[in-house]
Ligand binder design. Structure first.
Ligand code: ATP
Length: 456
């Protein structure tokens, strides 16, 4: 059974992962702020995505496009006319619901009236379309001519830069353009903590291919993306693939597979991989009057490429990672909460803990801390008992704790404690970096040569 969402929300608040936005003013619906632990975890997720999708590939390049784009981008892409969710409103309590969500729970007729409001049981209005894009005005005048939108996806930044990238990168197709950035959707039913919010971050890649090779690339990227979540350390039993049926497909998509995670709210989308065909480039080609076709020098053909798009959410991935890593267990008759995070994702890699606040231990512990922090995200903590400090590090998923005790003053050795096995080894300070590096590479603590050398 997945952990309760309340436990995750509470851990996130308690340990500085995620706070309600503008909390001192009562919070702002479905907006969240990432605290010191949250930003590190988020950065590690982004880095792992960028490494797998850009750094380690010669066929993908990165960009960062602006959040506000020319309004004609959104007309051409179909978002102005069609980026809408049908919603129904309760005539009694006026809460709004997405037809899609009510549909998931059972059947819902076209008029929306075969079901009652899930909150108060009241009668529902017929479904109405609700555009999900946030509108604002550019410049001093609030008039129709100065309307701009906050982007609801990063993808269009890649399509409108396709020509720039092809002419400047000296790359041939197949070629991917990747981007990580904020997107905004005026969701009708945001909620479930950071699962669905109105401001969120996406990690998207548009992979441009020759028509006819698209299906093969679609299968390739579906497998590739699924295995990325396994590399993050998410358990395979909590992941599944959901291929879209014809009536679930977005208007632009030829096919789409969702990677779903077993969230406490049930199986839900983590990432969508879509075969967008040549829809977007055709639309922009026509609307901008810029030739967005590609000349294939090898075959001598000119064509509008097809696009495979893996589109993931940073926030949803972070939530899945936290849920998957969360464990409650009893150790020596005491309960502990531990985040068994992949060490590459852990916000803090190593905690330096002097046994007590002491005029002799403190300078030595500070020296150890300063020797590590250039290479690892390191934290120094000398407040409260050592047991409580271990618990605090367990709850944020710190893989290793280094303790400096009175014997350290004599023998220049420190004790390293492993988060998962609770095994401890004692090592000379000058071998500390080596031990930490091995652990962060995923070496099992007990099997490393350092462990054999330093076993207590
Ligand atoms: P859903 O149906 O769950 O709203 P979607 O199918 O509209 O998602 P896409 O347009 O495919 O989502 O966006 C790609 C990814 O961006 C999603 O898989 C998800 O991880 C993330 N995402 C989309 N909307 C939100 C949101 N409102 N809050 C947080 N993440 C989101």
């Amino acid at each position: 059974m997945p952990v309760d969402m309340e436990k995750i929300v509470s851990l996130c608040k308690r340990r500085g992962f995620v706070f309600p936005s503008s909390e001192i003013y009562g919070g702002l619906g479905s907006c969240w702020d990432y605290g010191p632990m949250g930003v590190e975890l988020k950065r590690n997720i982004r880095d792992m995505w960028w490494k797998a999708m850009v750094q380690e590939r010669s066929d993908v390049v990165g960009i960062e496009s602006s959040i506000m784009m020319h309004p004609r981008v959104w007309q051409a892409s179909g978002h102005v006319g069609g980026f809408a969710d049908p919603l129904v409103e309760c005539k009694s309590c006026h809460l709004r619901w997405r037809v899609e969500d009510l549909d998931k729970e059972g059947t819902m007729s076209e008029d929306g009236n075969s079901r009652r409001c899930p909150s108060c049981g009241g009668e529902l209005t017929p479904p109405r379309m609700f555009n999900l894009m946030f509108k604002t005005f550019m410049g001093a005048l609030e008039e129709e001519a100065s309307v701009v939108y906050l982007r609801p996806e990063t993808a269009q930044g890649m399509f409108v830069n396709f020509d720039n990238i092809i002419t400047t990168s000296r790359k041939k197709l197949p070629l991917g353009i990747a981007q990580i950035g904020r997107s905004f959707r005026n969701e009708i039913t945001p909620g479930n903590f950071i699962f669905r919010t109105r401001e969120f971050e996406q990690m998207e890649m548009e992979f441009f291919v020759k028509p006819g090779t698209d299906e093969q690339w679609f299968d390739y990227w579906t497998k590739e993306r699924f295995s990325w979540y396994l590399k993050l350390g998410i358990k395979e039993k909590n992941l599944r693939l959901h291929p879209h049926s014809k009536d679930e497909l977005a208007h632009y998509a030829k096919s789409c597979d969702d990677i779903e995670y077993l969230f406490p709210i049930g199986w839900s989308e983590l990432e969508g991989i879509a075969n967008r065909g040549n829809y977007d480039l055709i639309q922009h080609n026509a609307a901008s009057r810029r030739n967005l076709s590609y000349y294939d020098a090898e075959s001598g053909e000119r064509y509008i490429p097809y696009v495979i798009e893996p589109s993931a959410g940073v926030d949803r991935t972070l939530l899945a990672v936290l849920i998957d890593a969360y464990h409650e267990e009893v150790v020596e008759n005491r309960e502990r909460v531990v985040l068994r995070l992949n060490p590459s994702l852990s916000p803090v890699k190593v905690a330096v803990l002097p046994l007590s606040k002491n005029e002799k231990l403190t300078p030595m512990a500070r020296e150890v801390y300063e020797g590590l922090c250039a290479d690892f995200m390191t934290c120094y903590d000398d407040a409260q008992s050592i047991g409580r400090r271990y618990r605090r590090q367990d709850e944020i998923g710190t893989p290793l704790c280094v303790t400096i005790d009175f014997a350290s003053l004599e023998d220049h050795q420190v004790t390293i404690r492993d988060r998962d096995s609770l095994a401890q080894i004692r090592l000379p300070i000058d071998r500390l970096k080596e031990a930490l590096e091995a652990k962060l590479k995923g070496e099992a603590f007990e099997s490393s040569s350092l462990w054999a050398a330093g076993r207590r």
